[in-house]
Design a protein around this ligand. Sequence first.
Ligand SMILES: Cc1ncc(COP(=O)(O)O)c(C=O)c1O
Length: 413
Amino acid sequence: VTAAPGTERADCERFDRADPLASRRAQFLVPDGVVYLDGNSLGALAVGVAERVHDVVHRQWGHDLIRSWNTNGWWNLPTVVGDKIGRLVGAAPGEVVACDSTSVNLYKLAVAAQRLRPDRHIVLTDKVNFPTDLYILDEAARSHGAAVRRVAPADVCERIDRDVAVVALTHVDYRTGEVYDLAAVTAAAHAQGALALWDLSHSAGALAVDLGGAGADLAVGCGYKYLNGGPGAPAYVYVAQRWQDALAQPLTGWLGHADPFAMSPEFRPAVGVRRALTGTPAVLSLAALDAALDTFEGLDMAAVRAKSVALTELFIELVDERLPGVFTMVSPRTAKRRGSQVSLGHPDAYAIVQALIARGVIGDYRAPDVARFGFAPLYLRHVDVWDAVDHLVAVMAGEEWRRAEHQVRATVT
Ligand SMILES: Cc1ncc(COP(=O)(O)O)c(C=O)c1O
């Protein structure tokens, strides 16, 4: 479905009727009166998640107690959930494990990658990477006696040389929504003998990622955005099969041991992706993420991506048409280069987002001047996009964002 100029709300209703993903919305508990455009930051609550967590708490923990590690599948949750995520990002079974946070996992893999290229002393990333990625990569390089080369996104491929151990990038830029060509950058890294390590936080669950097809080496990503695992959900680690035997990650806790209950005083890594684990899994959070991932059951990620493109195109077209010249378009206009978000630049972006939230349209703000809107293809409708822009028009026309209460900065923006 493509929106043409002059699109009306009735057209959006028609797009929704033709939407092959339309029925997925019923699998989510989106509150009435809310247009949720922040699924790129905290995904919505899926039907069945609360029931699953209730069961894990009351029956498994409350009654079965510690027996649950064996009898209720707690021990294998990291790989069971990992394989479900793997299906969404083009990984083979046994290549993904769910654990820890994205920050921690990035540290593990950034150090491990350098150990796979011991003669090289550069970690290459871009200047606009997410702050935690920049901080973690700095520290991972320092711990290895290496340096970080931060380059402009457009220069990444040409700045990869034979000093580079690993190219570590976020696939979709959190602020602009710009997408790297994952296969092309991976190939450029490999051409210089470097490894490619991707942060898929803003891609998994919204874009058609093909780690295997691209020959990517390593990846991490977040469980609470488009994967809908809930606040602070476990993240994940992808290690291409060919690197698993050689992977030496630095946080060698007992869960990554070949035989944790041998209680050996010496570390011996587990076979396979489990060696990326460190400590005891967060079972309650993993159970929530596991249940949430069932909403992707049977979905073709190409169809998910197609809907994501349709929604962002519609939003851009409506903003262009109804609010000409009001915002700068921070996100790429070319659909292929844009993730599942649209970022609008405005000096008063923070207050505008607050005024929209007061109307039930939830987006977020990223410093210094970006109003960011995420489009989760599983539960957003075309009419939601229409309604969001309608509210935005009203906020701007009535200068609602000038109200004092919308100027107050909260801790989380
Ligand atoms: C690209 C990227 N990496 C990492 C993170 C967060 O990492 P963590 O879950 O460790 O806080 C985010 C959060 O928004 C992100 O956008």
